[in-house]
Ligand binder design. Structure first.
Ligand code: BDR
Ligand code: CA
Length: 312
């Protein structure tokens, strides 16, 4: 079944590959991209999204809506892991240009036009999604599903020991979204480190595909790989493309838990910490946390996608 998808993204590195899933997977139809403040400079993120759309042969066919340029309450905090988000490479300027309609307006409009039909994949800080909820508290009920990349599973983060980047950057937005009734499916940093790290050997296999998509992947992926290796992670990390892939390939989820998830907004040391509480007698579940995936299947699905020609 083809999914109608909006990807809300701070487009850099693996976010680009999530966009490729949305544009190139046969069961996905990427209806729009909404940009949120996150990984790299906001305007660079817009260019990165437009570039990725060009690389997928979809120039001018997927609207890109710029959204919130900073978190709800806090200053912007860049991720120091992805260079400029496009491999620091001098690609030609993308042909497409961004829309004038704000991302939050676009999210509300598209979901209101097709209630119950749109899936949202949110792979940046949750500012745009939270702003949509603030404007329309019924928004969560009108969305078909929400897939979120964010937080940890009571485990060590990547920005601080307590917090993963997306939840750290805008913890208030994450809290609004988690408490709003979406019942999101969550891909955590914990799962990413356990099952979505691709070694240099795997990356060589992608390189060897020798297609324009694979070449784009290899260039854009390099800074993340190099930074990760300085941090003791033995490969590049793929949380965002995994999140997008699980929407269209739910069979890749081998274990998941219904549980209660909330985010620390006040902590002196724990800003953005995500509490995953599996004690259902204490709290009604508000999310599904992905515990385990078919990691080989995920890699194979991405290889399949990257092995196709630019316009396939
Ligand atoms: C998340 O932070 C970003 O740097 C990645 O794009 C991903 O969404 C991982 O913590
Ligand atoms: Ca991201």
């Amino acid at each position: 079944m083809t999914r109608r998808i909006i990807i809300d993204t701070d487009t850099a590195a693996d976010d680009c590959f999530a966009l490729l899933v949305g544009m190139c997977h046969p069961d996905a139809h990427l209806e729009a991209v909404t940009i949120v403040a996150g990984n790299v400079e906001f305007d660079q993120q817009i260019e990165n999204a437009l570039l990725t759309i060009d690389m997928a042969g979809r120039a001018g066919k997927v609207p890109v809506h710029p959204g919130c340029r900073r978190p709800m309450l806090r200053p912007w905090h860049r991720a120091n892991a992805h260079g400029d988000g496009k491999g620091n490479w001098d690609f030609p300027r993308p042909a497409g240009r961004p829309e004038t309609e704000h991302a939050v307006e676009a999210l509300l409009r598209m979901v209101n036009e097709s209630p119950g039909e749109i899936d949202i994949v949110a792979i940046g800080p949750l500012t745009n999604i939270a702003a949509a909820v603030v404007q329309d508290p019924e928004f969560p009920q009108k969305v078909r599903s929400l897939f979120v990349m964010g937080g940890c599973d009571n485990s060590v983060g990547n920005v601080t020991a307590a917090a993963e980047y997306n939840f750290y950057v805008d913890p208030e937005a994450a809290r609004i979204v988690l408490r709003s009734g979406f019942q999101p499916t969550i891909v955590t940093w914990t799962l990413t480190l356990a099952q979505a790290v691709w070694s240099r050997e795997r990356l060589r296999a992608i390189d060897a595909l020798d297609t324009p998509r694979a070449e784009f992947f290899s260039i854009v992926n390099r800074p993340t790989l190099e930074v990760n290796e300085t941090r003791g992670i033995r490969g590049s990390t793929h949380p965002d493309s995994l999140t997008a892939m699980l929407l269209v390939r739910p069979d890749l989820v081998t274990r998941a838990s219904r549980c209660y998830v909330d985010v620390e907004t006040q902590g002196e040391l724990t800003r953005g910490y995500s509490l995953v509480d599996r004690r259902s007698e204490r709290h009604a579940p508000n999310a599904t946390v992905v515990d385990e995936i078919d990691a080989e299947g995920f890699f194979a699905a991405m290889v399949e996608l990257l092995s196709k020609g630019r316009n396939a």
